[in-house]
Design a protein around this ligand. Structure first.
Ligand SMILES: N[C@@H](CCC(=O)N[C@@H](CSS)C(=O)NCC(=O)O)C(=O)O
Length: 234
């Protein structure tokens, strides 16, 4: 991570979600990526202890397994802007087109559209810090499922190869979930050892069609709430 940026990786255990805080040491302004409703108080407390003012709450996509904390964070940080990729129909203050550059103090993130797990997934790339926040597009030794929310395994294969594996080999990978206690990886590691994405496109599609995963237990509540920025729909 860049010396100019304060970085924290935080875990929410009910949905095994990673939330990330990036704080500009100079301006004290911060970005949070993929906050969860259940851990908003923890995150807000930490941000304040670190002397940071949260200005942007970003999601990598509309989550199906938990409710986003973006809306609840507004109560702690006045003027907070929420952000999401522009392919999403969900409510959001900002919608980012492919290759859009987010700047908050000395924090610079490039938005790369990486659809496939959902049609609206994005990866936030920190070129200065050599890191990519891949959401559910690329997990450590895995990837997001493609069986709902307009998921498509062929699209995901292309997204990962063209938009993530094309980054420098030493870039770190920070996913939105891990179910085995792993915290980060690298482009080099995933290109070598990811059991799904080292395969051909045909083999990958076959793997994804046969995952046999149960639907996330919160999907029926999470999707309508998250389409409404984490607020219960009327
Ligand atoms: N058991 C969990 C859901 C687990 C799950 O389906 N995870 C998703 C990401 S959250 S939609 C996924 O893509 N997993 C890929 C994999 O290979 O595990 C729950 O009930 O919430």
């Amino acid at each position: 991570m860049s010396q100019k940026v304060l970085f924290r990786q935080l875990f929410e255990k009910e949905s095994s979600t990673y939330t990330y805080i990036l704080g500009c040491k100079r301006t004290k302004k911060a970005i949070i990526i993929d906050p969860v409703d259940l851990t908003v108080e923890r995150d807000a407390k930490l941000l304040k202890e670190l002397g940071l003012t949260l200005v942007k709450a970003l999601n990598t996509h509309v989550h199906a397994d938990h409710i986003t904390g973006t809306h609840l964070l507004r109560a702690h940080f006045e003027g907070l802007q929420t952000g999401l990729g522009s392919a999403n129909t969900a409510k959001s203050d900002e919608k980012f087109d492919d290759n859009f550059k987010i700047e908050v103090g000395d924090i610079n993130l490039e938005v790369r559209h990486t659809p496939g797990h959902t049609n609206g997934c994005v990866t936030y790339v920190d070129h200065d810090g050599g890191a990519a926040f891949t959401g559910d597009a690329l997990l450590i030794r895995g990837c997001g499922r493609t069986d709902f929310q307009e998921g498509c395994s062929k699209t995901l294969f292309k997204s990962v190869h063209d938009r993530i594996f094309s980054l420098p080999e030493d870039f770190k990978i920070y996913p939105a979930h891990d179910y085995k206690g792993q915290t980060s990886s690298s482009v080099h590691e995933e290109k070598q050892f990811n059991p799904r994405l080292t395969k051909s496109e045909t083999e990958f599609v076959d793997i994804m069609e046969n995952l046999g995963l149960a639907y996330p237990k919160m999907i029926d509540k999470a999707l309508p709430w998250n389409l409404n920025c984490g607020v219960e729909p009327e």
